[in-house]
Each structure stands twice: as C-alpha cells, then as structure tokens.
Design a binder for this molecule. Structure first.
Ligand code: ADP
Ligand code: MG
Length: 229
C-alpha cells in the first residue's frame, strides 16, 4: 500500500511538471501556426512553398494534440463531479467517435452492453477511460480483426471488457503498463494508460490485463454499480 501511495504521489508530480511544460510550449506554437496560416493565404508565395507551410501547420497540430494530452492530466478537479452514468450511453458515444478510426484498418467494433448498468463517476473521465482503452485495442489489432466491448452487471459490480485479437503482450510488458511514457509505438506518448489508471484509482475501480503475445488482449475494468432510476 505504501508503495502504491508513493507511486501515485510520483504520478501527481510528473503530471504537474508536464502540464506546466505543455502550457509553455503551447503559446509559442499557437503564434507560429498563426503566422504560417497567414502566409498560406498570401499571394506573395507560390504553391510549392504553400504546401510546405501546410506540412508545417500539420506538424504543429500534432504538437498541439500531444501537449493537450499532457494538459488533461492535471486539470483541476472542479468540473469533474461524479454523477450517475449510464454505461450503455457512454459506450455508444465513445464508439461513435472511434468508429471511423476503426474503419481505417477494417476493424469491426462489436458492442454488447446490458441495459441498466449505472456507475457513479464523472462522465468525461469515464469516456476518456473507455476511449483510451478502445483506441489501444484498435491500435494493437491486426487488419480486419474485431474489437469487442462487453458491459454487464456482476452482482454489485459493473464489468466492462475490451477484447482485441491484436499483438498481445508479454508478462513484462503488462507489468510496465501505466508507467508514464511507457510506449512501444513509434508515435505513442505512453500517457494514455497512466491517465486510465489514475481515473480507475480515483473511483475505487479495478483494472486487469489478460494478454498473450501474438494472440490478443482482454482488459477488464470494474466499478461498483449504482442503482438505476
Ligand atoms: P500509447 O498508446 O501512447 O503508446 P498507452 O499508455 O495508451 O500509450 O499504452 C502504452 C503501451 O501499452 C502501448 O504502447 C502498447 O505497447 C501497450 N498496450 C496497451 N494496450 C494494449 C493492447 N490492447 N494490446 C497490446 N499492447 C497494448
Ligand atoms: Mg494509447
């Protein structure tokens, strides 16, 4: 338990530090991007040059995306009040967002959500959690394999499983999950699961990985159920 506490203090420190750095990076990026956007409209430049401006703007958008991911780590707790959330609704809204992403690599998404599953949680954080786990499942998936999400009530708990038939992980890899900046992807930040683990911990939930290299991964999250209307 002591070790867990230390770990969460360390995560908080890293979160504050990275948020501060992200904030400082963001302002100059916005300024530079603003100029590039002006030059793109400027007839003084010809098309090949303008195409390069476009590339630069795209790259800056990536920087922006990454920094905003850092910033969400240490958003103040206001605006993050828990409420009774319908798991089915949250899942529909998240899968609506990632569906086009899944289509790119021809991965079918199957959602099997039981009616009447409610959790007392902040809806934005809950969606952030689902989104990160589903995105990881899709990113690990081979072309054309399905990603399945199952939500059901199990006695006093709501259990959500996200199942992929992707790369899978070794035991050591599973142990590293949630460590800040741990990522095996060329364009990964290694922050997604750190955020997820924080959210799960904050609402006294559980997260468990069951994975086999070359076969796939099942991640299970569990929260205390709240009674329906
Ligand atoms: P990122 O997605 O930016 O790499 P994450 O914190 O979301 O960061 O994930 C960390 C790492 O955990 C990933 O780079 C990947 O190696 C591994 N991982 C997470 N989910 C899965 C999964 N479903 N299947 C295989 N590997 C996974
Ligand atoms: Mg991720």
């Amino acid at each position: 338990y002591h070790e867990q506490l230390q770990q969460s203090e360390r995560l908080k420190m890293i979160a504050h530090l990275t948020a501060a750095v992200a904030h400082e990076i963001r302002n100059p990026v916005t300024v530079v991007r603003g100029f590039l956007q002006l030059y793109r409209e400027d007839p003084a430049f010809d098309d090949p040059v303008k195409n390069k401006f476009k590339l630069m703007i795209d790259e800056l958008n990536t920087v922006e995306q990454i920094t905003s991911q850092f910033l969400t780590l240490s958003k103040p707790n206001r605006d993050q009040k828990p409420e009774k959330v319908d798991v089915n609704d949250a899942l529909q809204s998240v899968t609506g967002l990632v569906r086009s992403y899944a289509m790119l690599s021809d991965n079918q998404m199957h959602i099997e959500a039981e009616e009447g599953c409610f959790i007392f949680i902040n809806p934005i954080e809950f969606k952030q959690l689902l989104m990160n786990l589903i995105k990881n499942a899709l990113e690990a998936s081979n072309m054309g394999t399905p990603v399945t999400v199952i939500a059901k009530r199990n006695q006093h708990y709501i259990e959500i499983k996200i199942i992929d038939e992707g790369s899978g992980m070794s035991e050591d890899e599973v142990k590293s999950l949630g460590t800040p900046f741990y990522s095996l992807k060329s364009n990964g930040t290694g922050l997604g699961l750190m955020i997820c683990f924080n959210i799960v911990e904050k609402y006294d939930g559980e997260i468990h990985y069951d994975s086999k290299k070359g076969v796939g991964t099942t991640v299970t999250i569990r929260f205390l159920a709240t009674e329906g209307k």
